[in-house]
Design a protein around this ligand. Structure first.
Ligand code: TRP
Length: 452
C-alpha cells in the first residue's frame, strides 16, 4: 500500500481514537489505552478527539442493557481517570449523525474486494468453513462494513494520528485507501481528506491477565478496574498465577507476569526495588500484597469520582452533549462541503433573492451553522430560509459560549441594539459581541433567528 504524505499540515496535530462500548473497562483497557491517551492529550500542540464507538458496539453485542451500561461505564472511566473534557473533544459516535452519513458516502466508493480482505471478516469466514458451515453464516453487513464506519469516524475529523492496538493496523490502511479513492474521485485537485497515520505505542503496556495471556474479556482473565471496588481488585490479584517457589527462594522477576503488572503501575525506581526484593526471596503472597497497593495508589483516588458519576448519569450526559456540540461544529460544515463535492448540493439561492427573507418563496427554514475556521476558532453563520448568508459571527475559543450567545439572540428585540459608527450594528449580550451587521439587515436577521 502506498503511503504518500498527508495533506495540509495545520499547526496542531489532530489525534483521534475510539473505544467500542460493549464491555466493562478492566485494568488492561486502562493501562493500555485510556491512560496513555489522556497523557498524550496534555501534550502541547495535540488536539485530541476521543469518542465512544457505540455504533460499533452494535456489531458485536445485541444486548441493549449491556450496550447502555457500557456507554456509561466507559464515559465515567475516562472522566474519572482525569480526562480534561474542556480541552479535548470527548463525544459519543451516535450523537454525531454526520458519521453515518459520511459512512454511506464512503461505502459507495469502497471496493467490496477490499472489505473481503479484512482480517475480522476473513477470520469469521474461516471459522465457518472449519465448522462446515456456509462461508457467510451468521455474518452481518455490520461486521463486513466495520472498516468503512471506522474510516468515517476518522476522516470526518481529518485526524492525522490514530493511536490504536496492533489489531487495528489494517483498518487504518483501509481508511487511507478509502480516503485516497474519495479524494481522487471528488477532490478536483484539492484533497478533501487527510490521510491518517496509525500510531502504535511500543512503550505502552499490553497487560498480561491472571493467567499470563493478554488481559482480555474473551480470555476471562481480567482484573477489574472499578467494578467491585478494592475488594474485587484484591480478590483478582490473589488469583494471579505464579510458580510454586516458596518464600525465601529467589524468584525470576522477568519470567513472572506479576512483575509485568507491577511495572505498569510503578516508577523505574519502584520496579527496580521490587525486582531486587523478588530476586531476594520475597514470597508470592507478599508480592501480591505489594502489587495491590501499587495499583490502588493510582486507581484508589479515582474510585470516588467514578462512583459519583455513575450515580449521576445526567452529569455524564451533559458532558457528552457538550462534546457532541463541539464535534458537530466541525462535522456539519465539513459535511456541507462533502455533500457539495458529491453533487448533493443545497438548493441554490434564487438569483436576486436579496435580504428580504420574508418575501421570497420559503425554501426550508433559516439555519444557524457552527463551524471551526482556519485558525481553529469557532464561528457561526446565519442563513435565511432561501439560503442567503445573513451573518458571520465573531470568532470564539469556546463553542459553548458561542452557541449560548447565538441562541440568546433569538429571544431579543434586535432593533433595541445601538448602532455602531459605519452603519454597523453590534449584536451584544452579556458583554460579548456576537456579530456586527449592517443596520439594514436587522429585520432579515431577526426574522431568521426567530426560525432557528
Ligand atoms: N475498532 C476500534 C477497536 O475495536 C474502535 C474504533 C472505532 C476506533 N472507530 C475508531 C479506533 C476510530 C480508532 C479510530 O479498538
Amino acid at each position: 500500500m502506498s503511503m504518500p504524505p498527508s495533506a495540509a499540515a495545520p499547526a496542531s496535530r489532530r489525534v483521534l481514537t475510539g473505544i467500542t462500548t460493549s464491555g466493562t473497562p478492566h485494568l488492561g483497557n486502562y493501562a493500555g489505552a485510556i491512560r496513555p491517551a489522556i497523557q498524550s492529550s496534555t501534550e502541547p500542540g495535540v488536539d485530541a478527539f476521543f469518542f465512544l464507538a457505540d455504533f460499533h458496539a452494535l456489531i458485536k453485542c445485541a444486548d441493549p442493557a449491556r450496550v447502555a451500561q457500557s456507554r456509561l461505564e466507559i464515559a465515567a472511566t475516562w472522566i474519572a481517570a482525569g480526562l480534561d473534557t474542556d480541552r479535548v473533544t470527548f463525544y459519543r459516535q451516535s450523537d454525531v449523525p454526520e458519521i453515518p452519513e459520511l459512512c454511506w458516502m464512503l461505502t459507495c466508493v469502497t471496493a467490496k474486494g477490499l472489505m473481503n480482505r479484512a482480517h475480522a471478516y476473513k477470520a469469521a469466514v474461516d471459522a465457518n468453513l472449519a465448522k462446515d458451515e456456509e462461508p457467510d453464516d451468521g455474518i452481518t453487513m455490520g461486521l463486513f462494513s466495520y472498516p468503512v464506519l471506522m474510516a468515517a469516524d476518522i476522516l470526518l475529523f481529518n485526524a492525522h494520528r490514530v493511536p490504536v492496538g496492533r489489531d487495528q493496523i489494517q483498518h487504518l490502511e483501509m481508511a487511507r485507501d478509502i480516503a485516497q479513492r474519495f479524494n481522487h474521485l471528488y477532490g478536483r485537485g484539492q484533497d478533501l481528506f487527510v490521510l491518517p497515520e496509525v500510531q502504535i505505542d511500543e512503550d505502552v503496556a499490553t497487560l498480561p491477565g491472571l493467567d499470563g495471556r493478554k488481559m482480555s474479556k474473551s480470555y476471562n482473565n481480567t482484573i477489574p478496574l472499578f467494578e467491585g471496588g478494592r475488594k474485587a481488585l484484591k480478590a483478582a490479584v490473589a488469583q494471579i498465577v505464579t510458580d510454586s517457589r516458596l518464600p525465601g527462594e529467589p524468584k525470576d522477576a522477568d519470567g513472572a507476569h506479576l512483575f509485568t503488572l507491577y511495572r505498569a503501575f510503578a516508577t523505574h525506581a519502584q520496579a527496580a526495588a521490587f525486582r531486587t526484593a523478588l530476586e531476594g526471596g520475597l514470597g508470592w503472597g507478599d508480592a501480591k500484597q505489594a502489587l495491590c497497593e501499587q495499583i490502588e495508589a493510582q486507581i484508589g483516588p479515582m474510585r470516588e469520582p467514578y462512583a459519583e458519576l455513575m450515580a449521576h448519569p445526567e452529569r455524564i450526559e451533559a458532558i457528552l452533549q457538550a462534546g457532541a456540540q463541539k464535534a458537530r461544529a466541525i462535522a456539519m460544515p465539513f459535511m456541507d462541503r462533502l455533500r457539495e463535492a458529491v453533487g448533493l448540493r443545497q438548493p441554490a439561492a434564487p438569483s436576486g433573492a436579496g435580504k428580504a427573507a420574508g418575501k421570497t418563496g420559503k425554501v426550508g427554514r433559516a439555519r444557524l451553522v457552527s463551524f471551526r475556521d482556519e485558525d481553529g476558532q469557532f464561528r457561526q453563520r446565519l442563513f435565511a430560509a432561501d439560503g442567503t448568508e445573513l451573518l458571520l459571527s465573531e470568532p470564539f475559543g469556546d463553542p459553548k459560549v458561542l452557541n449560548n450567545l447565538g441562541r440568546s439572540f433569538a429571544e431579543r428585540d434586535l432593533a433595541a441594539l445601538v448602532a455602531d459608527v459605519q452603519g454597523l450594528v453590534a449584536l451584544e449580550a452579556d458583554g460579548l459581541c456576537w456579530a456586527r451587521i449592517p443596520a439594514s439587515d436587522l429585520a432579515a436577521v431577526q426574522a431568521a433567528l426567530a426560525q432557528v
